[in-house]
Design a protein around this ligand. Structure first.
Ligand SMILES: Cc1ncc(COP(=O)(O)O)c(C=O)c1O
Length: 363
């Protein structure tokens, strides 16, 4: 009998997800004019100054970047009233999450998160030889913090809270989160993944860094892929205590923030006002679309992110219907997820909604 080359725990993970964006034989996007509302990106293109910063940094492409990414860590730290020893940057916040788990957990320990939540969570847990503990969402697709607190055992090292939650778009409030953090032993690390934090308009939803940044067992994970428009450059960062951040830097992949990514991120960070304007455009489109989507898929929760979660009986059929009409969205087994794009893109999606077979959507 042949010996196994692959760890058996990986058998339970889904195979690599095919891109919702059609690619040609060479891997280039083949959208044929379709609008891309599948990956929760912003529709506006890079921020002013970013392309120039990339071009200038390209002249140094033959040199390694600054291993410590100090300029970017300083800029992020200044923006949030911290010192750089609290900050870790790397190629996407998803990588930093994996690194964090590797830094704080011993093999076999538990990582608690809501389900559904971000698909990378179980992958990061299993990849780190940890036990993923999925706590079902509430009826309204929120994270059930009470049940999550009850799921914490002496083996739990980390709880992941995605606020707002991808893919269900809901957010937990300050009151809920404070109660949760106070109720969990401070030996458990609480990760607040705020990839979509910039899109929150509900004043009851906290900014994790402002409200909990001084707690020893809270880590705030952020990304420049969404509101900051740098998805293709892979810039994620987190804020933690110097103890946790310093330990993470011991295991950080060398040169985990590229020269080009760092230069682009530094310029983007100077465009705060423009980011605000862009986010406002998305949140006002979100408000415009909500009534039509609620009428179409009545269990759609109010979104605090730049996407909607549309529960329905046949999400794959609906995604195919949209693709036929030039709109690319994501389907999950129990719902479709659509990114809020530009007004023209959203109108195209709303037209696809209006022509969807009503039989498909009952339930
Ligand atoms: C909740 C959440 N966290 C983290 C990420 C990863 O972002 P990054 O592009 O920084 O790896 C995503 C990306 O979709 C996300 O939805």
């Amino acid at each position: 009998m042949k010996t196994r080359l692959i760890r058996p725990e990986l058998d339970g993970l889904p195979s690599y997800l095919p891109s919702p964006i059609p690619l040609d034989g060479n891997g280039a996007p083949q959208t044929n004019g379709s609008v891309r509302l599948a990956l929760n990106e912003l529709p506006f293109g890079p921020l002013p100054g970013v392309v120039d910063a990339i071009s200038s940094a390209a002249g140094d492409a033959h040199r390694y970047p600054d291993m410590a990414a100090l300029a970017l860590r300083k800029a992020l730290a200044d923006r949030h009233g911290l010192s750089p020893d609290h900050i870790v940057t790397g190629f996407g916040s998803v990588y930093l999450l994996e690194l964090l788990l590797k830094t704080v957990c011993a093999p076999g320990q538990e990582v608690v998160f809501s389900w559904r939540s971000y698909e990378a969570y179980p992958v990061a847990a299993v990849g780190g030889s940890l036990r993923p503990v999925r706590v079902p969402c509430t009826e309204g697709f929120g994270q059930d913090l009470r049940a999550m607190a009850e799921a914490v055992t002496p083996d739990t090292r980390v709880v992941l809270i995605c606020n707002p939650n991808n893919p269900t778009s809901t957010a937990v409030t300050r009151a809920e989160l404070t109660k949760f953090i106070d109720s969990v032993p401070d030996s458990v690390l609480i990760v607040l993944d705020e990839a979509y934090g910039e899109f929150v308009t509900d004043l009851d939803v906290p900014d994790g860094l402002v409200e909990y940044g001084d707690r020893r067992n809270v880590v705030v994970l952020r990304t420049m892929s969404k509101a900051w428009g740098l998805a293709g450059l892979r810039v994620g960062w987190l804020a933690a205590t110097p103890e946790v951040a310093g330990a993470m830097r011991k295991l950080l992949a060398p040169f985990a923030t590229s020269t080009i990514a760092e230069a682009a991120a530094l310029v983007a960070l100077r465009q705060e006002q423009e980011v605000r304007r862009r986010v406002d455009r998305i949140t006002s489109e979100r408000a415009r679309m909500f009534p039509a989507l609620k009428a179409f898929a009545p269990r759609t929760p109010e979104s605090q992110a730049n996407f909607f979660w549309l529960p329905m009986p046949d999400p794959a059929g609906f995604a195919a219907h949209c693709a036929d009409r030039g709109v690319l969205i994501r389907d999950f087994p129990e719902a479709a997820r659509v990114t809020v794009g530009s007004p023209a893109e959203n109108n195209r999606f709303l037209e696809a909604v209006a022509t969807a077979d009503s039989l498909l959507l009952v339930g």
